[in-house]
Design a protein around this ligand. Sequence first.
Ligand SMILES: NC(=O)c1ccc[n+]([C@@H]2O[C@H](COP(=O)([O-])OP(=O)(O)OC[C@H]3O[C@@H](n4cnc5c(N)ncnc54)[C@H](O)[C@@H]3O)[C@@H](O)[C@H]2O)c1
Ligand SMILES: [Zn+2]
Ligand SMILES: [Zn+2]
Length: 375
Amino acid sequence: MSTAGKVIKCKAAVLWEQKKPFSIEEVEVAPPKAHEVRIKMVATGICRSDDHVVSGNLRWPLPVILGHEAAGIVESIGEGVTSVKPGDKVIPLFNPQCGKCKVCKHPEGNVCLKSSLQQPRGTLIDGTSRFTCRGKPINHFIHTSTFCQYTVVDEMAVVKIDAASPLEKVCLIGCGFTTGYGSAVKVAKVTQGSTCAVFGLGGVGLSVIMGCKAAGASRIIGVDINKDKFAKAKEVGATECINPQDYNKPIEEVLKELSDGGVDFSFEVIGRLDTMLSALLCCQDSYGVSVIVGVPPDSQNISMNPMLLLTGRIWKGGIFGGFKSKDSIPKLVADFMAKRFSLDPLITNVLPFEKINEGFELLRSGKSIRTILTF
Ligand SMILES: NC(=O)c1ccc[n+]([C@@H]2O[C@H](COP(=O)([O-])OP(=O)(O)OC[C@H]3O[C@@H](n4cnc5c(N)ncnc54)[C@H](O)[C@@H]3O)[C@@H](O)[C@H]2O)c1
Ligand SMILES: [Zn+2]
Ligand SMILES: [Zn+2]
């Protein structure tokens, strides 16, 4: 029997309060309104950005259904939806692409003016939520809310992908892989023969390394305080790995010595102010490029000497690897299907959705790269 047009009762992981475990609840998911799409979730990854909301690093209205790195199948569509139909395999877009605004029309811009990354909002673009739990509306998270058996998204926040793609793997194209890979090839524009330093060897940092390697970097130095991450980093392309705790001088000085005066490209893929500054300082004074990928703690500032930039360094950042989401995801899925890159090294754990708290503990304890939750 079709569920189209009806409220669906299903399970979701609701975050009621900061720093508390997720609670598996029965929620009601309303049918999609005009220009909205309801998706049956198949697989979702756990990204550090979800945990930033739990810890309070990233401020978001609660209670909320988190999750933003996923893949699923369209269950039903609202009036006027033309780009997807029931049964299509899709990836929800945490960084949507309306296609009409000034940023979407700009050849380089990728943070759409309608994006809730521009302005945190716990609803769909019409200002309301499709989720209710125990009689209360529950907030959406960055257009996606994938920690739920069904979610509703705006049409600008979903894209159709190859019907043959394995959803339990390509879900990583919805955030971690694309963010890291694009930060290297598109944001930094890593060059052939260059030296790169990557701070933070989680799922996103490893994807930066894959991007640096694909761009032809000849030296890729991984930096992490957890040396258990080194083997995997080397497997995906790091040429050496260092632990800042093994040195009694600042890590930027170590990196400058290792690279004859400074690396060509550096990436901060942790989300800390001190490492953002170290990454800036370790790149070559005159032509080094440093890219911020990690999400910084809420409302904090960095104080830096402008002289660092006056000499010519470039300091930039990027959401979703600088990619326009609707345009790039189907192409990246096609590249994956053509075996141009593998996602297997990123997937260390697969758990049933109900074990979401276990998945977050694996991330927090440094034991996992990506845990995929399956529905
Ligand atoms: N820009 C974007 O669009 C975007 C997208 C996804 C994730 N992110 C952000 O990227 C960051 C990385 O995400 P992830 O999922 O790979 O996280 P992760 O937690 O899996 O990886 C972070 C790594 O940093 C290491 N680390 C922690 N403190 C360190 C320190 N002081 N020095 C060196 N290494 C240290 C940890 O050991 C870990 O290996 C997060 O801040 C996340 O929110 C940004
Ligand atoms: Zn993410
Ligand atoms: Zn737009």
